[in-house]
Write a protein that binds this ligand. Sequence first.
Ligand code: AMP
Ligand code: ZN
Ligand code: FE
Ligand code: FE
Length: 283
Amino acid sequence: MRAVDLHTHSNCSDGTYSVKELMDYAHEKNLAAIALTDHDTVDGLDEAIEYVSEKYPDMELVPGIEFSTVEEGKDVHIVGLYIDHHKESFVEKLQQFINSRTNRNIKMCKKLTEEAGIPITYEALLSSFPGAVITRAHYAQYMVENELVGSRSEVFDKYIGDNCPYYIEREKISPEEGISYILEAGGVPILAHPILYHMSDRKLDALVARLKGAGLKGIEAIYSTYSSAEERQVKELAAKYDLVISGGSDFHGANKPDIDLGCGRGKLFLPEDVLIPIKDARK
Ligand code: AMP
Ligand code: ZN
Ligand code: FE
Ligand code: FE
Protein backbone atom coordinates (compact mmCIF):
# COMPACT_ATOMS: atom_id res chain seq x y z
CA MET A 1 0.00 0.00 0.00
CA ARG A 2 1.32 3.46 -0.92
CA ALA A 3 1.39 6.37 1.50
CA VAL A 4 -0.51 9.66 1.36
CA ASP A 5 0.25 12.99 3.03
CA LEU A 6 -2.79 15.13 3.83
CA HIS A 7 -1.13 18.11 5.53
CA THR A 8 1.58 20.10 3.71
CA HIS A 9 2.64 23.71 3.11
CA SER A 10 4.17 25.46 0.10
CA ASN A 11 5.69 28.93 -0.17
CA CYS A 12 2.18 30.27 -0.76
CA SER A 13 2.15 30.27 3.06
CA ASP A 14 5.16 29.54 5.24
CA GLY A 15 6.71 26.52 3.54
CA THR A 16 9.92 26.85 1.54
CA TYR A 17 9.05 24.65 -1.48
CA SER A 18 7.25 26.16 -4.44
CA VAL A 19 4.07 24.37 -5.45
CA LYS A 20 5.82 22.60 -8.32
CA GLU A 21 8.82 21.61 -6.20
CA LEU A 22 6.45 20.21 -3.59
CA MET A 23 4.56 18.16 -6.19
CA ASP A 24 7.81 16.89 -7.74
CA TYR A 25 9.00 15.86 -4.28
CA ALA A 26 5.68 14.15 -3.47
CA HIS A 27 6.00 12.12 -6.65
CA GLU A 28 9.62 11.29 -5.89
CA LYS A 29 8.38 10.00 -2.51
CA ASN A 30 5.88 7.80 -4.38
CA LEU A 31 2.87 9.28 -2.60
CA ALA A 32 -0.53 8.10 -3.83
CA ALA A 33 -2.00 11.47 -2.82
CA ILE A 34 -0.91 14.82 -1.44
CA ALA A 35 -3.11 17.53 0.05
CA LEU A 36 -1.85 21.08 -0.23
CA THR A 37 -3.09 22.80 2.95
CA ASP A 38 -1.50 26.25 3.07
CA HIS A 39 -2.40 28.52 6.00
CA ASP A 40 -5.46 30.67 5.25
CA THR A 41 -4.92 30.69 1.48
CA VAL A 42 -5.86 28.71 -1.63
CA ASP A 43 -3.42 30.55 -3.89
CA GLY A 44 -1.36 27.47 -4.75
CA LEU A 45 -4.26 25.17 -5.59
CA ASP A 46 -4.87 25.97 -9.28
CA GLU A 47 -1.21 25.53 -10.11
CA ALA A 48 -1.02 22.30 -8.08
CA ILE A 49 -4.11 20.79 -9.70
CA GLU A 50 -2.98 21.65 -13.21
CA TYR A 51 0.62 20.53 -12.71
CA VAL A 52 -0.27 17.20 -11.09
CA SER A 53 -2.96 16.34 -13.63
CA GLU A 54 -0.53 16.96 -16.49
CA LYS A 55 2.63 15.50 -15.06
CA TYR A 56 1.67 12.91 -12.45
CA PRO A 57 -1.57 11.12 -13.37
CA ASP A 58 -0.72 8.36 -10.85
CA MET A 59 -0.82 10.82 -7.93
CA GLU A 60 -3.95 12.47 -6.53
CA LEU A 61 -3.92 16.15 -5.57
CA VAL A 62 -6.34 16.93 -2.76
CA PRO A 63 -7.26 20.64 -2.70
CA GLY A 64 -7.03 21.85 0.88
CA ILE A 65 -6.48 24.71 3.30
CA GLU A 66 -5.53 25.09 6.98
CA PHE A 67 -7.39 27.80 8.88
CA SER A 68 -5.73 29.37 11.91
CA THR A 69 -8.55 29.87 14.37
CA VAL A 70 -8.58 30.89 18.00
CA GLU A 71 -10.06 29.10 20.99
CA GLU A 72 -9.71 30.82 24.40
CA GLY A 73 -6.74 32.87 23.19
CA LYS A 74 -4.89 29.88 21.75
CA ASP A 75 -4.41 28.75 18.16
CA VAL A 76 -6.53 25.84 16.99
CA HIS A 77 -6.09 24.78 13.37
CA ILE A 78 -8.84 23.44 11.13
CA VAL A 79 -7.79 21.65 7.95
CA GLY A 80 -10.22 21.45 5.03
CA LEU A 81 -9.83 18.70 2.43
CA TYR A 82 -11.51 18.39 -0.97
CA ILE A 83 -12.59 22.03 -0.93
CA ASP A 84 -14.07 23.65 -4.02
CA HIS A 85 -11.87 26.71 -3.71
CA HIS A 86 -13.62 28.59 -6.52
CA LYS A 87 -17.08 28.44 -4.92
CA GLU A 88 -18.20 32.06 -4.85
CA SER A 89 -19.53 32.23 -1.30
CA PHE A 90 -16.30 30.66 -0.01
CA VAL A 91 -14.08 33.00 -2.04
CA GLU A 92 -15.92 36.03 -0.62
CA LYS A 93 -15.48 34.92 2.99
CA LEU A 94 -11.83 34.07 2.45
CA GLN A 95 -11.18 37.45 0.82
CA GLN A 96 -12.59 39.30 3.85
CA PHE A 97 -10.31 37.27 6.06
CA ILE A 98 -7.27 38.04 3.86
CA ASN A 99 -8.13 41.77 3.79
CA SER A 100 -8.05 41.83 7.58
CA ARG A 101 -4.53 40.38 7.46
CA THR A 102 -3.43 43.03 4.98
CA ASN A 103 -4.70 45.79 7.29
CA ARG A 104 -2.86 44.23 10.18
CA ASN A 105 0.36 44.05 8.17
CA ILE A 106 0.15 47.71 7.18
CA LYS A 107 -0.32 48.69 10.84
CA MET A 108 2.46 46.42 12.10
CA CYS A 109 4.95 47.77 9.51
CA LYS A 110 4.06 51.33 10.48
CA LYS A 111 4.57 50.58 14.16
CA LEU A 112 7.94 48.89 13.52
CA THR A 113 9.11 51.79 11.35
CA GLU A 114 7.87 54.69 13.47
CA GLU A 115 8.22 53.31 16.98
CA ALA A 116 10.96 50.69 16.79
CA GLY A 117 13.11 52.34 14.12
CA ILE A 118 12.98 49.21 11.95
CA PRO A 119 12.43 50.37 8.37
CA ILE A 120 9.99 47.88 6.89
CA THR A 121 7.03 48.36 4.59
CA TYR A 122 4.25 46.05 3.50
CA GLU A 123 5.21 46.70 -0.14
CA ALA A 124 8.78 45.56 0.56
CA LEU A 125 7.48 42.38 2.21
CA LEU A 126 5.23 41.69 -0.77
CA SER A 127 8.05 42.11 -3.25
CA SER A 128 10.32 39.85 -1.19
CA PHE A 129 7.62 37.15 -0.96
CA PRO A 130 5.54 37.51 -4.10
CA GLY A 131 2.15 35.83 -3.87
CA ALA A 132 2.51 34.81 -0.21
CA VAL A 133 0.07 35.55 2.59
CA ILE A 134 2.45 37.55 4.78
CA THR A 135 2.82 36.17 8.31
CA ARG A 136 5.22 37.07 11.08
CA ALA A 137 7.49 34.28 9.82
CA HIS A 138 8.04 36.44 6.72
CA TYR A 139 8.85 39.50 8.84
CA ALA A 140 11.49 37.43 10.60
CA GLN A 141 13.09 36.26 7.37
CA TYR A 142 12.99 39.77 5.89
CA MET A 143 14.45 41.43 9.00
CA VAL A 144 17.28 38.91 9.21
CA GLU A 145 18.09 38.99 5.48
CA ASN A 146 18.13 42.80 5.44
CA GLU A 147 20.26 42.88 8.59
CA LEU A 148 17.67 44.91 10.50
CA VAL A 149 18.16 42.50 13.42
CA GLY A 150 20.89 40.11 14.51
CA SER A 151 18.82 36.95 14.56
CA ARG A 152 15.42 35.39 14.05
CA SER A 153 14.94 34.93 17.78
CA GLU A 154 15.52 38.65 18.33
CA VAL A 155 12.53 39.32 16.08
CA PHE A 156 10.20 37.34 18.34
CA ASP A 157 11.88 38.22 21.65
CA LYS A 158 12.05 41.98 21.13
CA TYR A 159 9.68 43.04 18.41
CA ILE A 160 6.72 40.97 17.26
CA GLY A 161 6.44 37.96 19.57
CA ASP A 162 2.98 37.60 21.13
CA ASN A 163 3.79 39.81 24.12
CA CYS A 164 6.07 42.29 22.38
CA PRO A 165 5.42 46.03 22.01
CA TYR A 166 5.20 46.08 18.20
CA TYR A 167 2.97 43.03 17.85
CA ILE A 168 -0.51 43.57 16.51
CA GLU A 169 -3.12 40.83 16.73
CA ARG A 170 -4.70 39.63 13.57
CA GLU A 171 -8.42 39.27 13.24
CA LYS A 172 -9.35 35.96 14.68
CA ILE A 173 -12.00 33.51 13.63
CA SER A 174 -13.39 30.76 15.86
CA PRO A 175 -12.95 27.06 15.07
CA GLU A 176 -16.69 26.96 14.28
CA GLU A 177 -16.24 29.71 11.67
CA GLY A 178 -13.34 27.82 10.12
CA ILE A 179 -15.52 24.72 9.92
CA SER A 180 -18.38 26.68 8.34
CA TYR A 181 -16.04 28.17 5.69
CA ILE A 182 -14.88 24.67 4.73
CA LEU A 183 -18.43 23.29 4.62
CA GLU A 184 -19.36 26.28 2.46
CA ALA A 185 -16.72 25.08 -0.02
CA GLY A 186 -18.08 21.52 0.06
CA GLY A 187 -14.97 20.27 1.88
CA VAL A 188 -14.32 17.96 4.82
CA PRO A 189 -13.42 19.89 8.01
CA ILE A 190 -10.75 18.22 10.13
CA LEU A 191 -9.35 19.16 13.52
CA ALA A 192 -5.60 19.53 12.93
CA HIS A 193 -2.98 18.11 15.33
CA PRO A 194 -5.12 18.18 18.54
CA ILE A 195 -2.21 16.92 20.68
CA LEU A 196 -0.29 20.14 19.98
CA TYR A 197 -2.86 22.20 21.91
CA HIS A 198 -1.75 20.65 25.21
CA MET A 199 -5.30 20.58 26.53
CA SER A 200 -6.38 18.30 29.35
CA ASP A 201 -8.18 15.16 28.15
CA ARG A 202 -11.45 16.57 29.42
CA LYS A 203 -11.02 19.89 27.68
CA LEU A 204 -10.06 18.29 24.38
CA ASP A 205 -13.03 15.94 24.60
CA ALA A 206 -15.35 18.90 25.20
CA LEU A 207 -13.85 20.81 22.27
CA VAL A 208 -14.28 17.86 19.91
CA ALA A 209 -17.87 17.34 21.08
CA ARG A 210 -18.65 21.01 20.45
CA LEU A 211 -16.98 21.07 17.02
CA LYS A 212 -18.72 17.86 16.01
CA GLY A 213 -21.94 19.74 16.66
CA ALA A 214 -20.68 22.52 14.36
CA GLY A 215 -20.04 20.08 11.50
CA LEU A 216 -16.56 18.71 12.16
CA LYS A 217 -16.05 15.49 10.19
CA GLY A 218 -12.51 14.38 10.87
CA ILE A 219 -9.49 14.58 13.15
CA GLU A 220 -5.74 14.23 12.63
CA ALA A 221 -4.84 11.00 14.38
CA ILE A 222 -1.61 10.35 12.47
CA TYR A 223 0.92 13.17 12.67
CA SER A 224 4.70 13.61 12.51
CA THR A 225 5.28 14.42 16.16
CA TYR A 226 2.84 11.99 17.82
CA SER A 227 3.92 9.12 20.02
CA SER A 228 2.04 5.86 19.53
CA ALA A 229 0.10 6.52 22.75
CA GLU A 230 -0.98 9.91 21.39
CA GLU A 231 -2.03 8.35 18.09
CA ARG A 232 -4.12 5.83 20.02
CA GLN A 233 -5.68 8.59 22.14
CA VAL A 234 -6.80 10.55 19.05
CA LYS A 235 -8.09 7.39 17.36
CA GLU A 236 -10.24 6.73 20.42
CA LEU A 237 -11.65 10.26 20.20
CA ALA A 238 -12.37 9.70 16.50
CA ALA A 239 -14.26 6.50 17.29
CA LYS A 240 -16.18 8.13 20.14
CA TYR A 241 -17.38 11.03 17.99
CA ASP A 242 -17.65 9.15 14.71
CA LEU A 243 -14.99 11.24 12.98
CA VAL A 244 -12.88 10.11 10.03
CA ILE A 245 -9.14 9.76 10.58
CA SER A 246 -6.76 12.05 8.74
CA GLY A 247 -3.24 13.31 9.22
CA GLY A 248 0.04 14.08 7.59
CA SER A 249 3.53 15.37 8.03
CA ASP A 250 2.87 19.15 8.20
CA PHE A 251 5.83 19.49 5.85
CA HIS A 252 7.24 23.05 5.65
CA GLY A 253 10.55 22.36 3.86
CA ALA A 254 13.49 24.15 5.50
CA ASN A 255 11.15 25.97 7.92
CA LYS A 256 10.69 22.66 9.81
CA PRO A 257 13.91 20.89 8.87
CA ASP A 258 13.33 17.78 10.99
CA ILE A 259 10.08 16.93 9.20
CA ASP A 260 10.11 15.19 5.84
CA LEU A 261 7.27 14.86 3.36
CA GLY A 262 5.21 11.68 3.74
CA CYS A 263 7.32 10.15 6.51
CA GLY A 264 7.60 13.00 9.05
CA ARG A 265 10.43 12.23 11.45
CA GLY A 266 10.93 8.88 9.73
CA LYS A 267 8.19 6.58 10.93
CA LEU A 268 5.03 8.42 9.90
CA PHE A 269 2.83 6.38 7.56
CA LEU A 270 -0.64 7.24 6.31
CA PRO A 271 -1.94 4.37 4.17
CA GLU A 272 -3.81 5.48 1.07
CA ASP A 273 -7.03 3.80 2.20
CA VAL A 274 -7.62 6.58 4.77
CA LEU A 275 -8.90 8.53 1.78
CA ILE A 276 -11.95 6.30 1.31
CA PRO A 277 -13.87 7.46 4.43
CA ILE A 278 -12.63 11.03 3.90
CA LYS A 279 -14.12 11.06 0.40
CA ASP A 280 -17.34 9.56 1.74
CA ALA A 281 -17.55 12.33 4.35
CA ARG A 282 -17.98 14.93 1.59
CA LYS A 283 -21.60 13.91 1.10
P1 AMP B 1 1.01 35.31 12.20
O1 AMP B 1 -0.02 34.29 11.71
O2 AMP B 1 1.27 36.37 11.17
O3 AMP B 1 0.68 35.86 13.55
O4 AMP B 1 2.40 34.54 12.32
C1 AMP B 1 2.48 33.29 12.90
C2 AMP B 1 3.81 32.68 12.51
O5 AMP B 1 4.88 33.43 13.10
C3 AMP B 1 3.96 31.26 13.03
O6 AMP B 1 3.50 30.29 12.09
C4 AMP B 1 5.48 31.14 13.21
O7 AMP B 1 6.08 30.80 11.98
C5 AMP B 1 5.91 32.55 13.56
N1 AMP B 1 6.06 32.78 15.00
C6 AMP B 1 5.18 33.35 15.86
N2 AMP B 1 5.69 33.44 17.10
C7 AMP B 1 6.92 32.91 17.05
C8 AMP B 1 7.97 32.70 18.02
N3 AMP B 1 7.84 33.07 19.30
N4 AMP B 1 9.11 32.12 17.58
C9 AMP B 1 9.27 31.74 16.30
N5 AMP B 1 8.33 31.90 15.34
C10 AMP B 1 7.16 32.47 15.72
ZN1 ZN C 1 2.88 26.69 8.93
FE1 FE D 1 -1.18 23.74 12.01
FE1 FE E 1 0.22 23.04 9.05
